[in-house]
Ligand binder design. Structure first.
Ligand SMILES: *Cc1c(COP(=O)(O)O)cnc(C)c1O
Length: 387
């Protein structure tokens, strides 16, 4: 087996060497409980607070508005449970979100509906962008929370969060965005976009797994999702995951330094791959967004007619190329991607979709290799296709 190419950076990323070095060094010396008052505890706390400052700087918010969680799934769950609690306290109210959110929101919506909470989901257009007129039709003074993701993990489509935030506030709702895929790839600003809540996760931007962030604007309603100790001023119980938090902070610092250059590089690789596939493989559809302003720069989602995505994935894997089909979490089941279906894609085409997602460690040579290997794989699969 020759080279291995990782093109599944939207599922998770490899840790940056800077992050790995920092946490390896810290791991052997910093082991105190960040809540302890002695020297060991204070040293751990210093790393946690350093990370908080780095994250706040990346998100353009105040450090006091950052709560550390176990990841974006927990942060998303926390926000929806805060909304549930507000609705129950008021005795009325609704949540408005979309049909293309991450499973950590889609499944929470199902759970809340079972609890009797009213949730509406705004539809998306073929390019994956939320239909703003339909979204605004769902709005009303009874809406408590609006939640729309910044950039989609499958199609890469970026939503106009600043505009959606203005609409949400016009109706008196709180605004949340799941920025997990966008962080480090485009400039985010909690202040400029006037956000009330934002979720993100360390492992999607070259930090460690199992650590994330919930930004909650100063003075906004808050309730802990994990009850227990007084960590995070009572906002999230559980002993600090000091080393992971510290590592995510280092990753945040790196992300802030590299956003423009890195986004340009990712977009160039994505476009070269798209152009190559369009030129070399007939009967394909490029899903989602199409221009740089509306796309996460490193994401390319393509449907191949008359082939199963799973078959392509396995053949590419044998050739040393790692990609994904549908959403990472839907893999293993034969359900077509709900994100692509929400954009109106035909079921057969949704079954034949592949997501290529580039990251910091990919190069143009990786694109060349994919363009060499992919077309014959598609031809072979189509030749044996029974569809
Ligand atoms: C990965 C991802 C999540 C979940 O993050 P975890 O930290 O793994 O829980 C949530 N939302 C989006 C958009 C994601 O891509």
């Amino acid at each position: 087996m020759g080279r291995l190419i990782y093109l599944d950076n939207n599922a998770t990323t490899q840790m940056a060497p800077e992050v790995l070095n920092a946490i390896t060094e810290a791991q052997s010396v910093v082991y105190g409980n960040a809540s302890s008052m002695h020297t060991f505890g204070r040293e751990a706390q210093r790393l946690v607070e350093q990370a908080r400052d780095n994250i706040a700087s990346l998100l353009d918010c105040d450090s006091s508005e950052i709560t550390f969680t176990s990841g974006a799934s927990e942060a998303n769950n926390t926000v929806f449970m805060i909304a549930k609690s507000l609705i129950e306290k008021r005795g009325s109210g609704r949540i408005v979100t979309t049909t293309i959110e991450h499973p950590s929101i889609m499944e929470t919506v199902k759970y809340l509906r079972k609890c009797g909470i009213h949730v509406d989901q705004a539809p998306v257009a073929a390019d994956g962008s939320v239909k703003l007129d339909e979204f605004e039709k769902l709005m009303g003074p009874d809406v408590v929370l609006v939640s729309v993701m910044t950039g989609n993990n499958e199609t890469g489509t970026i939503q106009p969060i600043e505009t959606i935030s203005q609409i949400a506030h016009k109706y008196g709702a709180f605004m949340h965005t799941d920025a997990t895929q966008a962080i480090g790839k485009l400039e985010l600003s909690c202040r400029k976009w006037n956000l009330d809540y934002l979720s993100c996760s360390g492992h999607k931007f070259y930090g460690p797994k199992g650590v994330g962030v919930l930004y909650a604007k100063k003075g906004i309603p808050y309730e802990p999702f994990v009850h227990g100790g007084e960590q995070e001023h009572g906002r999230r119980a559980g002993t600090y995951n000091t080393i992971a938090i510290y590592g995510m902070g280092v990753a945040a610092k790196l992300a802030k330094e590299n956003i423009d250059e890195e986004s340009r590089r990712l977009w160039a690789m994505r476009e070269k791959l798209r152009e190559g596939i369009v030129a070399k493989v007939p009967n394909i559809v490029v899903n989602g967004c199409s221009d740089r302003q509306h796309c996460l720069p490193g994401t390319l989602d393509v449907s191949f007619e008359n082939v199963e995505g799973e078959s392509i994935l396995l053949m590419l894997d044998m050739a040393g190329i790692a990609v994904s089909t549908g959403s990472a979490c839907a893999t293993g089941s034969l359900e077509p991607s709900y994100v692509l279906m929400a954009g109106g894609l035909d079921v057969e085409l949704a079954h034949g979709s592949i997501r290529f997602s580039f990251g910091r460690f990919n190069t143009m040579e990786d694109v060349d290799y994919v363009l060499e290997v992919l077309p014959p794989i598609i031809s072979r699969l189509r030749a044996i296709s029974t569809r």
